[in-house]
Write a protein that binds this ligand. Structure first.
Ligand SMILES: [Zn+2]
Length: 109
């Protein structure tokens, strides 16, 4: 597959966190989930800080900045949900261990 990928200034270049494949994404994809072309895992396109949007006219640039800020907040919320899920799983495990211990203690009587 001889794909000609021309990297523009506005493109986001990053490595897949799963397989390390170098990916080039159009700036409009910043903050969106994509499937890696290397391993097929779903990954989030990073949103570059202080992205150069000089090529765009001002209105479009402003709208994009707002869009990216919204996506950033969304990513943060998703990360918080993921960490809450981990906590919940740990608590469930602890509870199940405690239930086992109590069951055994009651059996002894
Ligand atoms: Zn990958």
């Amino acid at each position: 597959m001889a794909e000609e990928t021309e990297i523009r200034d506005t493109d986001i270049v990053f490595d897949c966190p799963h397989c390390g494949k170098n990916l080039v994404i159009d700036y409009r994809g910043a903050g969106l989930p994509i499937n890696c072309g290397g391993c097929g895992e779903q990954i989030l396109v990073p949103i570059p800080d202080g992205m150069q949007l000089n090529d765009l006219d001002l209105n479009q640039g402003e709208i994009l900045q707002q869009l990216f800020a919204t996506r950033r907040n969304f990513q943060k919320a998703e990360q918080e949900i993921a960490s809450l899920r981990t906590t919940l799983t740990q608590m469930r495990e602890t509870l199940s261990v405690m239930a086992d211990v109590m069951e055994k203690a009651l059996e002894r009587k």
